[in-house]
Design a protein around this ligand. Structure first.
Ligand SMILES: Nc1ncnc2c1ncn2[C@@H]1O[C@H](COP(=O)(O)OP(=O)(O)OP(=O)(O)O)[C@@H](O)[C@H]1O
Length: 639
């Protein structure tokens, strides 16, 4: 088992990135410019391009400049739209700025960036992305100590040895906290903490650990000047109102980049979503003399296995992820699938860390095509050959649905997600879910018509250069689908001037209200009593409510601009090394060079564009001694 401090195991050659040549499938992925307009460092730019990242996605276009300004940022973007590259670029730039300081004596040492992820698998994946970018940046960057992974389940001794020289640490909260408490990292020049899957990191027992970590590396004290404060960046595809509020307390006047009100659902439109009602037993487990509840459950599971095999036979796919809620059932399913000619692996947090890493390597190397898993892999995991996701069990909440489905259809690829519906509880949960989704969830018979003659008994082997795995469609389905794709085409990227979105243009955050999908039946007696009510009701597609837009009550309010000044400064990035900032709605923007950060803010001589010379710096509020325009203004007018 390779140690996690060695270079990551070879990643299979990437499939051709489809989004450049094909119609835009989702506006989250519409091309907005090119990386050479966004990234100035030639080594980093070359490395990005060599790794196949030619054109930034909208989240990269918006969040990289904002993060580079040194502001705290809370960002939301759909699964698979490239959030990892946002903070990888910002992390490398942060270290790069320090490396290029003229005087070696002043060059900061030790840890500068900390990237936290909720699972060891996601942490290792992020580490591999940053590592790959650094490797592509030429000799000075090939220093092994620049970026290191620190995850639980691996020897602490090795982590203690490598921590002092690490510049970018990627890890899971428990291990990172342990190392910080032990004083393993040198943090005097610390600059930035990144929370990936931030809503998950703020949940339950994680939250206290995250608070401890952020308190140690990026303390938020009112007395600390912005220049001495460290930056906090948070990313996720989903945010819950309450957790978002909690997250806000870790940040300082954060800038928000959120899903738009018109497109709130965090699943990509290029993932076709279906539900598959398995044939229900005609018996009610509560009827006397009939099957027991356990037998009834066993029947449903059997039916779900049959449905899974049916999907495998009918669809051609590269790789499939099957999500279950129970470990024992997962292992059983793996045995059944393997026995029937679909070799599968099971992965959950119950395995040892070496076992988990070995399975992930197998999956990434395409040595296995069916991964049966718990929600360990529901978030953040990026395997670009996954084109089929089966939700064997209904997820416990809508966020988990979005994240599970988001394992396919990544960055312009197409994908299919099928939710198996086995009983009344799952039918009700699906109804709740559909009320939150904008994308349609079709009944499975629209995909698997009994008349259709698709007989793919052995999954096809992918051919190099093939753009997508094919999912066979009837001609009429194909025509409808092509039309849908044509309609979703987005206008081409603007060229001159480069129109980055300003903070003010960013729509109000749309928050998925936390609502347990499985709360309908938390105890078996409740479950049984409901079954009694819905005695032998077959799953009927037409009984399910159609999708409708999200409840407006779920949205946070956008900060409003009053008549004389903008509560949030308008930040507009015009070129990759300058940004324009307006404090008054009618004011010509100030022109600021960047990159800059808190550490450099005080010493930076701000150049004001000529037309603004008559705009005096704002006055401080006497009550708070703070500038009224917030954090950015205090950066602009230090002292
Ligand atoms: N600009 C780009 N050009 C081409 N491919 C990209 C670009 N940015 C990211 N990708 C690819 O898109 C895929 C998804 O990226 P990433 O894992 O960062 O998504 P994400 O937004 O973090 O998703 P999730 O919310 O599921 O964690 C990755 O395979 C990544 O290599």
């Amino acid at each position: 088992m390779p140690g996690h401090d060695v270079p990551p195991s070879p990643v299979p050659a990437p499939l051709a990135r489809p989004h450049h040549n094909l119609p835009d499938l989702d506006k989250e992925l519409a091309q907005v410019g090119s990386f050479d307009q966004l990234v100035k460092d030639p080594q980093l730019l070359a490395s990005l391009q060599a790794s196949g990242y030619d054109a930034p996605s909208p989240i990269q276009w918006k969040a990289i400049p904002l993060g580079r300004l040194g502001l705290d940022v809370i960002a939301q973007a759909k699964s698979g739209t490239g959030k990892t590259i946002v903070f990888s670029v910002l992390a490398i730039e942060a270290v790069s700025r320090c490396r290029h300081l003229d005087s070696p004596a002043e060059r900061p040492t030790g840890l500068q960036v900390l990237i936290l992820a909720p699972t060891r698998e996601v942490a290792m994946q992020i580490y591999q992305v940053v590592y790959q970018l650094i490797q592509g940046m030429g000799p000075p960057w090939k220093d092994k100590g620049v970026c290191q992974a620190f995850i639980g389940g691996m020897p602490l001794r090795e982590d203690l040895a490598k921590a002092p020289t690490t510049r970018i640490a990627v890890g899971t909260p428990g291990r990172i906290n342990q190392l910080l408490v032990l004083g393993a990292f040198v943090t005097m020049d610390f600059q930035m903490v990144v929370l990936d899957e931030a809503d998950k990191l703020m949940e339950g027992s994680f939250q206290a650990t995250i608070r401890d970590i952020v308190g140690l590396v990026a303390p938020l004290s009112s007395s600390s000047s912005p220049a001495s404060r460290r930056q906090v960046l948070a990313f996720s595809a989903t945010y819950d109102t309450e957790l978002l509020e909690t997250l806000r307390t870790l940040t300082h006047e954060p800038q928000y980049i959120m899903q738009t009100a018109t497109d709130p659902a965090p699943t990509l439109s290029n993932v076709r979503q279906f539900y598959y009602p398995v044939v229900l037993s005609a018996t009610d487990p509560t009827d006397e003399g009939q099957a027991t509840a356990a037998q009834h459950r066993a029947t449903i599971q059997q039916q779900k296995t049959v449905a899974t095999l049916h999907l495998f036979q009918q669809l051609s796919f590269y790789q499939c992820m099957v999500f279950l809620n129970h470990s024992q059932r997962g292992q059983q399913l793996v045995a059944e699938l393997t026995q029937r000619g679909y070799p599968a692996v099971w992965i959950s947090a119950h395995l040892t860390q070496p076992e988990r890493l070995a399975i992930m390597t197998q999956v990434r190397n395409f040595a296995v095509r069916v991964v049966v898993c718990s929600d360990l892999l529901a978030r953040g995991i990026d395997i670009d050959r996954v084109d089929l996701v089966i939700l064997w069990d209904m997820p416990r909440d809508p966020e988990t649905y979005f994240h599970r489905v988001g394992r396919t259809g990544r960055f312009g690829a197409r994908g299919t997600a099928v939710t198996l519906i086995g009983d009344q509880d799952e039918q009700e949960a699906l109804a709740i879910l559909r009320s939150q989704l904008q994308a349609p969830v079709y009944p499975i018979d629209t995909l698997l018509s009994p008349k259709k003659s698709v007989a793919v008994t052995t999954p096809s082997t992918p051919t190099t250069g093939e753009k997508w795995p094919r999912i066979a469609l009837r001609p009429d389905e194909q025509a409808a689908y092509d039309k849908l794709l044509e309609q979703s085409k987005v206008t081409p990227a603007p060229t001159d001037p480069i129109a980055y979105p300003s903070v003010e243009q960013v729509s109000p955050p749309v928050i998925v209200k936390k609502r347990k999908l499985s709360n309908v039946a938390s105890t078996s007696s409740e479950r049984l009593s409901r079954r009694r009510m819905h005695h032998s009701v077959p799953v009927n597609a037409s009984a399910l409510p159609a999708g409708k837009p999200m409840d407006a009550g779920n949205q946070l309010q956008k900060p409003s601009a009053d008549a004389s000044l903008l509560r949030t400064p308008r930040v507009e990035v015009k070129e990759f090394d300058t940004c324009h900032v307006s404090l008054h709605p009618d004011q010509q923007p100030w022109s600021l060079p960047f990159p800059f950060n808190h550490a450099s803010a005080n010493s930076q001589a701000w150049e004001l564009s000529g037309s603004n010379a008559h705009h005096p710096p704002p006055e401080k509020d006497p009550a708070t001694s703070a500038y009224p325009y917030g954090h950015l203004a205090s950066l602009l007018f230090p002292g």
